[in-house]
Design a binder for this molecule. Structure first.
Ligand code: SF4
Length: 229
């Protein structure tokens, strides 16, 4: 029978690991990638907002294929409103859920113009009032566009936090709350990107690449893969 690589997620969360271990994990991640960046291509907070909304349940790659053409004609809320829902749909139709996303983005542009002078707001409350923007998206904008030490928990971060034992939790909010408590301040601004990239390329959902993982000695996961697996 093959190992269940997601087993800890379906059991009671493990206790978090020792703070020294967490510090060492982030030191290793920082050593390998001192300035981690989002893989979404953007040139302004508005472009990032649009890209993050489009990336829900879609790959960054598919978003990056669509946005250069879109931003050429609409990289501000007023231009996107002028483009209209149908025009926007034509640019993003290869991205999953594009109709809903187009509807939300047009409504968000209207609100940005009415309430924020066409700028992306800098508070969680204001961001979460924009259609299509939930807690995770707000966290990404606050962190990536405005440098706030927030940690957006997506499926990759949820998995890495649980497997490693850095911040076990039964749901994304529990993991986020725990991460904010246990990640040392010096690592917080970049923690989101280190964890997401680690989950995307090394600690993968179906089969983590433990033999090549630089934090394997510090990871608590009980079913680490071996070379021959
Ligand atoms: S050792 Fe394996 S399970 Fe642990 S973080 Fe690395 S890839 Fe993930």
């Amino acid at each position: 029978m093959s190992a269940d690589y997601n087993e800890p997620l379906s059991r009671s969360p493990l206790p978090a690991v020792h703070p020294d271990k967490i510090r060492s994990i982030f030191a290793l991640l920082r050593g390998a990638n001192p300035a981690p960046r989002t893989e979404l291509v953007y040139a302004s907070p508005f472009e990032l907002l649009v890209s993050v909304v489009l990336s829900a349940q879609a790959t960054d790659k598919s978003v990056n294929l669509a946005t250069p053409g879109l931003f050429k004609v609409a990289n501000r809320p007023d231009a996107m409103l002028k483009l209209g829902r149908r025009g926007l749909e034509r640019h993003i139709r290869r991205i999953g859920l594009y109709r809903t996303k187009a509807k939300n983005l047009i409504a968000a542009c209207r609100l940005l113009l009415e309430k924020h002078g066409g700028e992306v707001p800098r508070t969680r409350e204001e961001l979460e009032r924009l259609p299509g923007v939930g807690r995770k998206t707000a966290n990404v904008i606050l962190n990536t566009a405005f440098g706030e030490p927030t940690i957006a928990v997506d499926t990759h971060i949820f998995r890495v936090a649980n497997r490693t034992g850095i911040a076990p939790g039964k749901n994304v909010l529990a993991v986020e709350t725990r991460l904010l408590k246990v990640v040392p301040d010096e690592f917080k601004p970049d923690a989101h990107h280190w964890l997401i990239l680690h989950g995307r390329y090394v600690c993968k959902a179906r089969k983590p690449d433990c033999p090549k993982c630089l934090i394997r000695e510090l990871c608590e996961f009980r079913h680490k893969t071996k070379e021959q697996d």
